[in-house]
Write a protein that binds this ligand. Structure first.
Ligand SMILES: Nc1ncnc2c1ncn2[C@@H]1O[C@H](COP(=O)(O)OP(=O)(O)OP(=O)(O)O)[C@@H](O)[C@H]1O
Length: 303
């Protein structure tokens, strides 16, 4: 298997501030890797160096066998920067076409590619809209669409689900899952749980240091966990309704407003959808729905 990303002793200083300290790791083609860490850990700095937006202060970063920022990587890598913005003066479609032209596509190919990537993220009908006319979730999906223009081999997504509601976040995870096999991914997030199902590698960064680099090795038959934080206390009728959902193995109630659901892994995606539909249909409001319970515990023995 050939190398997807290889970093050796990567260091980044901003004046006296060390954002990355001797970071070394290697990912292989086909990997779907999670880059996890708290605020200020250095995730965006690492992304920016890999994308060629920022030079490293020391060490090496290679993607697909080339130095980060090399012209040989042009068109082979797609990226969603954390603060991706659209120009308010042009429609989403016009901007994606322009981006396609910058990648060297003909006008006709740029139009076709824009239509392909907007369809991928479920926004084909919104091509003529300006960013201001789209919801936050739609803007995020449009920015993700941009990262897929030109069919890159590697896509870097910095916080692709930040600020999205559970249904939109699920749609993004499903898209990534659907494209895995054709595209390799490096995805950053604060939340290890939401990437648990998607990723086969985990890089854990804290204070600029790579604390752990692990193979996730989630077994295909291991149960999937969901933590549901309710706005009100749970009730018997809610528990009864949840028990009817296909795929549920068991429910625990660690706190009055919190439920931990154990779900069959092969039904996890359809379970998420039926759970959200069940909550909406019964008017049960929830504060958050987070994925998983196991991976961080495996890495750090928190349990
Ligand atoms: N341009 C800059 N100038 C000075 N310091 C910076 C700069 N960019 C980042 N830093 C510092 O480097 C460290 C790492 O920041 P970075 O944005 O990479 O973290 P992060 O893991 O992406 O955080 P978050 O999850 O909050 O986005 C932080 O201490 C930050 O203050």
């Amino acid at each position: 298997m050939s190398s997807l990303i290889r970093c050796d002793g990567l260091t980044k200083q901003f004046g006296s501030k060390t954002a990355l300290q001797q970071v070394s790791f290697e990912l292989q083609q086909g990997d779907i890797a999670a880059l996890i860490g708290p605020n200020g850990a250095g995730k965006t700095t690492l992304f920016s160096i890999l994308c060629g937006y920022l030079p490293a202060t020391g060490g090496q970063a290679q993607l697909l066998g080339h130095q980060a920022g090399s012209s040989a990587l042009f068109g082979r890598i797609g990226a969603l920067p954390q603060d991706a913005q659209f120009d308010p003066g042009f429609s989403i479609g016009e901007q994606l076409q322009f981006y396609g032209r910058l990648q060297g596509l003909s006008s006709k190919a740029a139009v076709a590619e824009t239509s392909r990537v907007l369809t991928l993220v479920g926004l084909a009908a919104e091509a003529g809209h300006k960013a201001a006319a789209l919801s936050h979730g739609m803007r995020k999906r449009a920015a993700i669409a941009q990262a897929f223009i030109g069919q890159p081999e590697l896509v870097l997504l910095d916080e692709p689900t930040a600020g999205l509601d559970p249904a939109n976040a699920l749609a993004i995870r499903q898209l990534i899952s659907q494209l895995s096999g054709q595209v390799s991914f490096l995805i950053s997030s604060h939340n290890i749980f939401e990437l648990e199902q998607l990723c086969n590698k985990v890089l854990y960064l804290d204070k600029g240091l790579l604390q752990a680099s692990e193979t996730a090795a989630v077994q295909s038959d291991a149960p999937h966990y969901l933590t549901l934080q309710l706005e009100q206390e749970s009730s018997d009728s809610l528990l009864q309704a949840l028990k009817l959902l296909p795929g549920l193995i068991s429910v625990q109630q660690p706190q009055k407003k919190q439920l931990v659901l154990r779900v069959q892994r092969d039904l996890a995606d359809s379970f998420d959808i039926s759970l959200l539909q069940c909550l909406a249909a019964n008017g049960w409001r929830y504060r958050s729905l987070t994925q998983g319970q196991t991976l961080e515990q495996k890495l750090f023995d928190i349990a």
